[in-house]
Design a protein around this ligand. Structure first.
Ligand SMILES: *[C@@H]1O[C@H](CO)[C@@H](O)[C@H](O)[C@H]1NC(C)=O
Ligand SMILES: *[C@@H]1O[C@H](CO)[C@@H](O)[C@H](O)[C@H]1NC(C)=O
Length: 451
């Protein structure tokens, strides 16, 4: 984990962020640009020489302090073998959401355990609540099935990490996990002062065991370069050289021709170029285009990218984007299938995008509150799905509701916006109705009609 703390303000935390392919640039910018007298960085020793080099150039003085991990982390001599060997506090790691739900089902099918899930496209509030359920020793969810998203700022009381695979699809190909990746994930096991102070690491299959042992024994290679990306002012100056070019062309040209010192690299901007190609079609200023390009859109997600196109198009027309122009009032429902669940996760992303834009384009996105409450409803419906998904076996249900689940079977409740705003957890069970909602098809269709 990398933390960057200035004047007691926690700014960023991600391991080796400075060398991260896509997000490193904001860390670099903060490191070099923050007007603070003193900065405290916490993270992996692999970045120390790089940080020293960067700060030598700026004439700052650097003091390095090394800390040992407080709790032991032990790679196991045997693989898990079968899920019948799973026990309370275990976290099974895999890298696709489909695989996560498959494993959850398989483990719960054994009739002894229930699983919380954590993965990147779950709303962050949902991730946190799933983690809390898993951490709470009085809760019935005692196993975690997760992706590498467990590294994203969650406090987890994990006894043992079990890699179900050491390969990950990275958008292009199925590749081996790197040594730092294995170490970072493995490092989530065991927590000083928790129920599980001694961390253990293993894998499902025997073949993967040697890789785990060798990864944990090797030290992470030192980072050599820090990520960098041009700020808007720089791109603006550059664009004056090519006044007729599209933003996409300017960006591409800049990245290709930029000459950097060996300490830096330009961060990956594939996603940005995709957005640039979209907003270049619209009558927008360079700064507006830059903002849309920096928004948290997922261009590989059809619904999320549709949302961005709609927001940008409507913004270009009137500089005033109501949420209702894009969302058709309809009943939002608890997803019944994996496909519906994925759609709901995507709708959540669109709402998050709206909220993000509302903070950047002052008065042009006036429905921030509505978008926020709809976001909360999406999370609740997703959590409801996760619960129902885990309550399919009557035997378990009876046992659980009699003991640790006093509020089960309380009957149906209706969620109103007020409930959601005030206390998300109280209305957790049996969510039946939402005030205003959408379905992804409505979102796309409306968009087409308006275009
Ligand atoms: C991935 O890891 C396996 C097992 O360690 C190894 O046999 C294989 O060569 C690796 N593949 C690549 C592309 O490095
Ligand atoms: C982890 O476990 C400890 C001890 O059981 C507990 O006090 C703590 O609240 C747990 N941590 C979290 C994040 O729940």
């Amino acid at each position: 984990m990398w933390h960057l703390i200035t004047n007691a303000l926690l700014l960023m935390k991600s391991r080796q962020m400075v060398g991260c392919n896509t997000r490193g640039s904001s860390f670099t910018r903060a490191l070099l640009g923050l007007p603070a007298d003193e900065l405290h960085l916490c993270g992996d020793a692999a970045a120390v020489p790089l940080v020293q080099k960067m700060l030598a150039a700026t004439g700052d003085s650097v003091k390095v302090q090394y800390y040992e991990r407080l709790s032991p982390l032990v790679p196991s001599k045997v693989p898990l073998g079968a899920f019948s060997n799973i026990k309370t506090g275990d976290c099974v790691v895999t890298f696709s959401r489909r695989e996560i739900y498959k494993l959850k089902k398989e483990i719960e099918g054994g009739g002894k355990h229930l699983c919380s899930v954590v993965y990147g496209s779950l709303p962050s509030g949902t991730r946190t609540r799933q983690a809390t359920m898993f951490n709470d020793e009085h809760n019935f969810c005692d196993i975690l099935v997760a992706s590498d998203a467990i590294g994203m700022g969650l406090n987890l009381n994990i006894s043992r990490i079990i890699f179900s695979t050491l390969r990950k699809f990275d958008g292009l190909e199925l590749r081996n996990l790197t040594v730092p990746e294995i170490k970072q994930i493995a490092g989530r096991a065991g927590r000083y002062g928790s129920r599980f102070p001694n961390g253990e690491v293993t894998c499902l299959n025997k073949e993967d065991l040697p890789s785990i042992h060798s990864a944990l024994e090797s030290s992470s290679p030192f980072l050599e370069r820090a990520g960098l990306f041009p700020a808007f002012d720089l791109l603006l100056s550059y664009s004056r050289l090519h006044p007729t070019r599209s933003f996409n062309a300017i960006l591409e040209d800049f990245v290709q021709n930029a000459k950097l010192s060996p300490t830096y690299f330009i961060t990956d901007c594939e996603e940005m170029l995709k957005v640039a190609a979209v907003v270049d079609e619209l009558p927008l200023g360079l700064q507006e285009k830059y903002l849309f390009c920096n928004s948290p859109v997922d261009m590989n997600d059809e619904i999320s990218s549709q949302g961005l196109v709609q927001f940008a198009t409507n913004y270009a027309k009137t500089r005033f984007v109501r949420l209702r122009e894009i969302f058709t009032p309809e009943m939002l429902q608890v997803p019944k299938t994996q496909t519906e669940l994925k759609e709901l996760e995507s709708i959540h992303k669109v709402l998050e995008l709206y909220v993000w834009l509302s903070f950047r384009f002052d008065d042009s996105f006036p429905d921030r509150e509505l978008a926020s409450s709809q976001k909360a409803i999406c999370s609740l419906l997703i959590e409801e799905f996760l619960e129902r998904f885990g309550w399919q076996r009557p035997m378990l249900r009876t046992r659980m509701s009699a003991s640790s689940r006093p509020d089960m079977g309380r009957g149906k409740a209706t969620v109103s916006r007020q409930d959601v705003d005030e206390e998300p957890t109280r209305a957790r069970h049996r969510v039946e109705a939402a005030t205003m909602s959408t379905s992804p098809s409505a979102l796309v269709d409306r968009g087409k009609r308006r275009a």
